[in-house]
Design a protein around this ligand. Structure first.
Ligand code: ADP
Ligand code: MG
Length: 327
């Protein structure tokens, strides 16, 4: 199977909203009048972002999910994406499963594959997504205000828990491992929540490298500090009967370990956002309407720095290292 047959078989689909899709030198897209484009790229490298043994359908899902998560963090509605793929070989079974996982998530979000590049080489997947947002409505890292509540969506730490089982530093029964592994390999991009928060939240970011590190980007860009409580890690809560903040998968672990996983685990692909206290009801409604559990975890302070408080309100001084590819 040659390069063009491969593209034709696995990645060429009839154009829908695109004026011109896969097959020419460029794709053509007519932006909706008055809308801003939101654009983001994320690359997944074998051995760095995923294990060589990962199920290809899950890999296809994750490659797009991490990109959709960036659109979610800006409150942008997904439109289309391109796929640059380096493959060691043209393995039909692998490609079929990869395309199925990828395109199923794409269809669920009405996000069209409109082009890309395919080359032979070590397995590497780079996706660029395009979304739209009304001018001025995009959620930015730079607009957190002193006094804002800080929230996270979903549950944190599950993906890192699964990674630690793969690395042999954590044991878990097989049911719990299957659940944690699904969170690592098939993250849920919180697109609907991001869009619903447009007029409500002040700042947002998606969590890829661990809560404290990623929240740190909001603090730096907004010139503010934050105080994070840990009651939500110590006593897990429910949001309309769904686990919020941390999942039951972490409940049997020692507290220090739960803190590490939830605060600095990484690969969560949940949203962290801030909103004025007066918006609490609207934040709650946005989460409820989009069926997304959320948990309030602290507040933005005028004083710079990030303080993590224990159950007695005392600052926890030990370090929680966030994941850094070059550290
Ligand atoms: P060119 O050499 O002109 O850049 P290519 O031969 O690389 O074009 O690609 C041919 C067409 O197939 C283009 O429309 C390109 O966008 C599309 N394409 C290539 N690889 C992929 C892929 N992995 N997924 C989707 N479309 C792709
Ligand atoms: Mg060309």
């Amino acid at each position: 199977m040659g390069e063009f047959e491969l593209i034709e078989r696995f990645f060429k689909r009839p154009a829908r909203r695109a004026a011109l899709g896969v097959g020419d030198d460029c794709a053509l897209w007519q932006p909706a009048p008055g809308m801003q484009l939101a654009i983001s790229s994320d690359m997944l490298v074998e051995g760095r972002h995923f294990l060589s043994t990962v199920d290809p359908a899950r890999l296809g899902h994750k490659a797009l999910a991490v990109n959709l998560s960036d659109l979610a963090a800006c409150g942008a509605q997904p439109l289309a994406f391109t796929l640059a793929l380096a493959l060691p070989r043209a393995d039909e079974a692998w490609l079929g499963a990869f395309a199925q996982g990828l395109l199923q998530l794409a269809d669920a979000h009405g996000c069209e594959l409109i082009g890309g590049d395919t080359t032979q080489g070590p397995l590497n997947i780079c996706i660029t997504v395009f979304g739209e947002v009304p001018p001025g409505d995009a959620l930015l890292r730079s607009n957190a205000q002193p006094g804002d509540d800080i929230y996270v969506s979903g549950t944190l730490g599950d993906a890192r828990l699964a990674l630690d089982v793969f690395r042999g530093t954590q044991s878990l029964d097989s049911d719990a491992f299957a659940q944690a592994r699904a969170r690592l390999e098939q993250p849920t991009p919180r697109v609907a929540l991001g869009v619903a928060l447009r007029a409500i939240a002040d700042a947002a970011i998606d969590l890829s490298d661990g809560l404290l590190g990623d929240l740190g980007h909001i603090l730096q860009r907004s010139n503010v500090g934050a105080q994070i409580d840990t009651h939500w890690i110590q006593t897990p809560t429910l949001f309309h009967e769904q686990p919020a903040g941390v999942s039951p998968l972490l409940s049997h672990l020692p507290l220090t370990r739960r803190l590490d996983l939830a605060l600095a685990g990484g690969d969560d692909y949940e949203l962290c956002f801030t909103a004025p206290v007066e918006q609490r009801e609207l934040v709650h409604a946005a989460a409820w309407e989009t069926d997304t559990p959320i948990c309030r975890i602290g507040r933005i302070t005028a004083e710079p720095g990030l303080r993590v408080l224990d159950a007695q309100g005392q600052a926890i001084t030990r370090r929680f290292a966030a994941f850094d590819h070059f550290a």
